[in-house]
Design a protein around this ligand. Structure first.
Ligand code: ADP
Ligand code: 5GP
Length: 213
């Protein structure tokens, strides 16, 4: 085990509020951050790669993984199953590496109530307005009008869980939100629970202190 423990950094928001963009920026800032590649039963979008963006699984394989306890959390979102594979997360945090999750409120709740709860940092992104959320989904140009309408319809369901997160950011100005996010991560890394190596350090300080008496 490393002298520090990894954080489980959970980012949630309604679709279009900026999770993927901010996740990308955080990973550019610190390439030691590992990203939890979710499993999903939805079809890949243009440009998405299996194993990089998602593990694209059949419903049968997904359900088997859940039964085997291989998912740290899982949920049904927009008519498809999504889940976070457990093993890579456990391995990363044992190595002292932080893991980023782009997951919905149901997954955030399950991880926050799990045995790993002491190491969870949960952050919710709110859009500046509902009309701006809609504009961003359209600007992204990834989804059909029908899919955008479905995502907008579900946005309130996601937003209504904003108050169960540790931190909440209104993603108005992207650079400002990025800076706040980095500050939050920097501070959380200094939590006592993330620095088990401090016990040894304090023991050494104590021996030195005693030696000077
Ligand atoms: P999510 O992953 O939450 O669905 P994205 O990160 O894909 O959202 O963002 C949706 C769109 O909004 C993208 O085109 C992105 O470039 C844009 N975007 C994200 N944050 C901002 C911001 N603060 N201001 C303007 N546009 C933004
Ligand atoms: P999308 O299909 O746009 O990639 O993702 C749709 C929604 O599913 C987003 O809100 C995203 O955060 C959520 N999601 C993605 N992966 C997971 C996961 O592993 N678990 C849970 N609970 N939600 C996920």
């Amino acid at each position: 085990m490393s002298d520090r423990r990894g954080l489980l950094i959970i980012l949630s928001s309604p679709s279009g509020a900026g999770k993927s963009t901010l996740t990308r920026r955080l990973r550019e800032w610190d390439d030691s951050l590992s990203f939890s590649v979710s499993a999903t039963t939805r079809a890949p979008r243009d440009g998405e790669q299996d194993g990089r963006d998602y593990h694209f699984l059949s419903e049968e394989k997904f359900k088997q993984d859940v039964v085997n306890g291989d998912m740290l959390e899982h949920a049904h979102v927009f008519g498809n199953f999504y889940g976070s594979p457990r093993k890579p997360v456990q391995a990363a945090i044992d190595r002292g590496q932080d893991v980023l999750f782009d997951i919905d409120w149901q997954g955030a709740q399950q991880i926050s109530n799990s045995a790993l709860q002491a190491h969870v940092l949960s952050i919710f992104l709110l859009p500046p307005s509902i009309s701006e959320l809609h504009r961003r989904l359209e600007m992204r140009g990834q989804d059909s009008a029908k899919v955008i309408a479905k995502r907008m319809q579900k946005s309130w369901d996601e937003i209504s869980h904003w108050d169960s997160y540790d931190f909440v950011l209104v993603n108005d100005d992207l650079d400002a939100t990025e800076a706040k996010l980095k500050s939050i991560v920097t501070a959380a890394r200094l939590r006592r629970s993330q620095q088990p190596g401090l016990n040894d350090h304090v023991r050494v300080l104590h021996a030195e202190f005693e030696g000077m008496q």
